[in-house]
Design a binder for this molecule. Structure first.
Ligand code: IMO
Ligand code: MG
Length: 427
């Protein structure tokens, strides 16, 4: 069977959740490998909407294993709330595993994030304020608290003391050790049954030739190394993160798929060359309900950016693309697509090497015919309007990557396989 990594090919919110849910039908396990509750992955089944922040988006299929790997940062309170909220809606997540090495988000992490964002002033990143960045800071500084530490009072108490002392001396933060200790030991008790060596579980699955889906969070352009630094998240959201974030070797991966919207959105600050700052942008935001699934913030909207796609294909080694939200562009008479940038008088097809120069890039557009807004009804490729087919061909040509699926509405089954081999991934 196939092990597939699914990553966001833009700045997050591409519709990864619905693709994971669809591909999970034929998988045995779904694994989150980075990020934390900054993610918001939406799945719609029979009009009912589920948003996953930490739990893998395979959770609506009860027989699948849901694994949170070592690369994830977990807020125990959010995880327990998410389990509880699913339970209250009749969904039991029986097969959940949490890596003993996953780092834990502590109450002071959110506070630190607030302070850091304030200090950045007009250069603030616009983070989700879930404590994700500071938790990764502690991880890299080698004082982080990991899931397994919640199961041992002495270890937790010692580590907590070191952390509180550090953050008090550097930020003046004061937190009660006793209060946090008590609370997090309680979380530990509740989560104990899930905390395991997930790398070993994944290894067993690989040995048994099971199919594993690796669910990326955020997007390639938010990757801490490859994204629009410093306006990025703090983990590797590109395909390589699936290996480091789970302990699976690169030779065990069969395919890497990217998910992209038919247009572009971005939440928070940072370069966004194809942003549309007029009523068309407003229209797309309204029609696409482009408001954050995690923070409720309005997303910035823009045209499809071919330079971003080309870059995502390169840094992830994408084998195929899934294009979502095509229905939202329906009804626009003209659609623009960015094929290159104009930068300091030159036409360039890749980003300038310094991320802060990306601000200076101006998109070079090709204007294309739009299509009617009943596209979501199409059930076969032949049903798609010709102008839409041309748009898809253009995207494939710019990215040098085949489109495997189209998502024509948010509903679970409204996914159109564009090739025979992609159809076989679904059923
Ligand atoms: P999903 O998985 C879109 C953005 C934030 C901010 C930057 C850093 O739903 O696609 P952070 O809290 O991670 O330190 O914020 O990254 N961001 C996302 N944008 N989708 C996401 O996740 C995001 N997760 C973080 O808005 O600009
Ligand atoms: Mg999101």
């Amino acid at each position: 069977m196939q092990n597939i990594i699914v990553v966001g090919a833009q700045w997050g919110d591409e519709g990864k959740g619905r693709i994971i849910d669809a591909l999970a039908r034929k998988a045995d396990a779904v694994v989150r490998f980075q990020g934390g509750s900054n993610a918001g992955h939406t799945v719609v089944v029979n009009g009912e909407k589920f948003v996953f922040h930490l739990i893998p988006s395979g959770a609506l299929r009860p027989e699948k294993k849901c694994i949170m790997g070592n690369g994830v940062v977990v807020d125990p309170k959010e995880l327990l709330n998410e389990l509880e909220s699913l339970h209250s809606r009749g969904i039991e997540v029986n097969n959940l595993c949490l890596s003993s090495n996953a780092h834990v988000i502590m109450p002071y992490h959110q506070k630190i994030e607030e302070i850091e964002e304030e200090q950045r002033g007009k250069n603030r990143i616009g983070t989700t304020r879930k404590g994700v960045g500071p938790a990764y800071q502690d991880k890299a500084a080698r004082r982080g608290i990991r899931a397994a530490d919640l199961l041992d009072k002495n270890t937790l108490s010692n580590k907590l003391r070191i952390n509180l002392e550090f953050w008090e001396s550097s930020c003046g933060l004061k937190f009660s050790l006793e209060g946090i200790l008590k609370q997090y030991l309680e979380y530990g008790k509740k989560l104990e049954k899930y905390i395991v060596d997930t790398s070993l579980i994944i290894h067993e699955l690989v040995k048994e030739n099971k199919a594993i889906l690796f669910e990326g969070a955020q997007g390639s352009l938010l990757d801490v190394d490859h994204g629009t630094y410093p306006f990025v998240t703090s983990s590797n959201a590109t395909a390589g993160g699936a290996c480091t974030g789970t302990g699976v070797g690169p030779t065990r991966i069969d395919k890497v798929l990217g998910v992209a919207k038919a247009y572009t959105t971005r939440v928070g600050k940072g370069p966004f060359p194809t942003e549309i700052k007029n009523e068309v942008g407003e229209l797309i935001r309204k029609r696409g309900q482009e408001y954050g699934a995690t923070t409720g913030r309005a997303r910035r909207c823009g045209w499809f950016d071919g330079v971003v796609l080309r870059y995502a294909v390169r840094v992830n080694g994408l084998d195929g693309l899934v294009l979502t939200k095509l229905d939202i562009l329906g009804g626009l008479s003209k659609i623009k697509i960015c094929t290159a940038y104009r930068y300091r008088g030159k036409i360039i097809e890749d980003f300038p090497s310094q991320a802060y120069h990306w601000q200076e890039c101006e998109p070079v557009y090709e204007e294309m015919e739009g299509w009617e807004d009943d596209t979501f009804k199409a059930r076969r490729i032949e049903d798609l309007p010709l102008s839409l087919q041309k748009y898809l061909n253009k995207i494939e040509e710019i990215g040098g990557v085949p489109i495997l699926f189209l998502s024509l509405s948010a509903e679970r089954d409204n996914l159109l396989a564009m090739r025979q081999d992609s159809a076989s991934l679904l059923a």
